[in-house]
Design a protein around this ligand. Structure first.
Ligand code: ADP
Ligand code: ADP
Length: 237
């Protein structure tokens, strides 16, 4: 089965807002799929449906062949990595503790000395932090002491800790300057390629979507208006 499948999915919020109108989409394993659209297009709603944070008012979603429903969430959530626009790090905890939290969600973050964790997890956290370009001296710093671009690198490392087959990135570079945006997307794509991880990444910048996507899915006012390779998107606009 595809890694992720949306079948005629629609979302109408309680206040009547129609955020998505019958969107169908199948994302194969290993694809870096960009959801492109301006603010309010429905990108967050679509991404949140993939891990059950939003329940569709119509249609259905399957993750690796399994229906995404309330009763399956406990099985599904640990297999989906999340990357957020505002990084969502624990500001006063160390970089190392933030990354380890990706593997041990209930972790007491005050135990921020790396040496207190199982060796295998330490090694994995260090390897991931190195892979996203952070140096050993960053590990013991508080997350809030890092630049935005560095914080999002920590966010990427955390998302990959459980080796998830799918990563959802909701506007991961919307808070970053153009250079950091480019670097962070490059790192995210490289990690995904290396691990054959499927990525669903929302963006509002057309140039970044063209530069990094294997496939662009464009939304406008909740309607899927384009689905194809970046080269074809040029012609369509
Ligand atoms: P984005 O930048 O991704 O569009 P927003 O800043 O618009 O997000 O929304 C932030 C939060 O507010 C989200 O949790 C979203 O679900 C919620 N939200 C957005 N629009 C509305 C709305 N019209 N009514 C209620 N909640 C909303
Ligand atoms: P995007 O991520 O592309 O900015 P969203 O999925 O956040 O789009 O929002 C799509 C539409 O749904 C917008 O009109 C937004 O205001 C509305 N919306 C989002 N969350 C809520 C909510 N919780 N309640 C009501 N409307 C919402």
């Amino acid at each position: 089965p595809p890694m992720l499948q949306f079948d005629a999915v629609a979302m109408r919020y309680a206040d009547g807002t129609e955020a998505l109108k019958s969107v169908s989409l199948a994302i194969p394993r290993g694809q870096f799929c960009v959801i492109l659209g301006s603010s309010g297009a429905g990108k967050s709603t679509l991404l949140r449906m993939a891990n059950g944070l939003v329940e569709p008012s119509q249609g259905s979603i399957r993750f690796a062949g399994q229906a995404v429903t309330r009763r399956n969430l406990a099985q599904i959530r640990p297999r989906i990595g999340m990357i957020h626009q505002q990084f969502n790090l624990v500001a006063r905890a160390t970089v190392a503790a933030n990354v380890l939290a990706g593997a041990l969600p209930g972790l007491p973050l005050w135990r921020s000395l790396l040496g207190l964790y199982p060796a295998a997890l330490q090694d994995q956290a260090c390897a991931l932090l190195e892979a996203v370009g952070l140096r050993p001296e960053h590990l013991t710093r508080r997350a809030s002491a890092l630049s935005g671009g560095q914080q999002q690198r920590v966010g990427i490392a955390r998302a990959f800790m459980l080796a998830p087959p799918l990563v959802l990135a909701d506007e991961p570079v919307a808070s970053l300057d153009p250079q950091a945006s480019h670097d962070v997307l490059e790192l995210l794509r490289a990690q995904a390629r290396q691990r054959d991880t499927t990525v669903l990444c929302s963006l509002h910048q057309v140039d970044l979507a063209r530069a990094f996507a294997d496939r662009i899915v464009a939304l406008r006012d909740g309607v899927l208006v384009f689905d194809g390779p970046p080269a074809a998107f040029d012609a369509a606009t």
